[in-house]
Design a protein around this ligand. Sequence first.
Ligand SMILES: [Zn+2]
Length: 308
Amino acid sequence: MLAVDVGGTKIAAALVAEDGRILRGSSVPTPGGRDADLVADAVVRAVADLDAAGGVAAVGIGSAGPLDVVAGTVSPVNIPAWRGYPIVATLRAAVPGVPVALAGDGQCMALGEYWRGEGEVRALLGMVVSTGVGGGVVLDGRVQTGPTGSAGHIGHITVDPDGPRCPCGGRGCVEVYASGPSMVRWAREQGWTPGSGADGAGLATDARAGDPVARAAFERGARAVAAAIVCAAALVELDEVVLGGGVVNGAADLLLDPIRAGMAAIAGLEFIRRVRVRASTLGAEAGLLGAAALGLEAATREHHAVVA
Ligand SMILES: [Zn+2]
């Protein structure tokens, strides 16, 4: 399986075995600027670096959004050169003759965690808490993309209808409480004076040192995440929630217990109260593995279609 992960800072690719082992990986910085072909060349180069000639059954792509899985196009917010860019066609040309599947990066993270996770899990929510908040839902082994690819926007679930405006245009979204920049901004508004750095890492350091405003910023973010998880669990009966992304990787100790406590404080129904919450063990590889799983699914489907 050839997996491709398109992000605003880097484009990663990997050859992944059917059992989920990463055989070879490559990565190139995402070119800035307005030249769509320059970014496409970087993707093709990352794939060519893997030297996969002849050995690939399918290609799975995870990309920052928005995207359109029907049209096979992506318009990543952090890659201004690509607006409605036909990434599926680009990879079809680069790796001819095999199925090419596309999903969002949060969707791929969730699928990767599902694929490589342990225990009996039928319904999993993956949540990426970083400069934004994203995610994806896997139900009965299939990642839910929605009609066009927008399913799983857990960061834009409204947790307070009277809350602050979100950059998405909505109000009271999880992201305006729980993203790294949102927590930092709120802490500064509340009088936090950074002791070791003015970013999320500095906020975490100060929270661990006992700064009450820094601690409150994480608890406030955790309450918003907890509310979103409870909403999602009520809707699709989740077994497990896996949290990843830079903010969680750097501050799991400050977030996980408050998220669990926040859920316990507001969840009523038993099936919601028993949802398990854990941190990702795959880290940055989850997205690539999910893209590989997406490719595997596409290859299996194609095989069945041919047999039928
Ligand atoms: Zn929003």
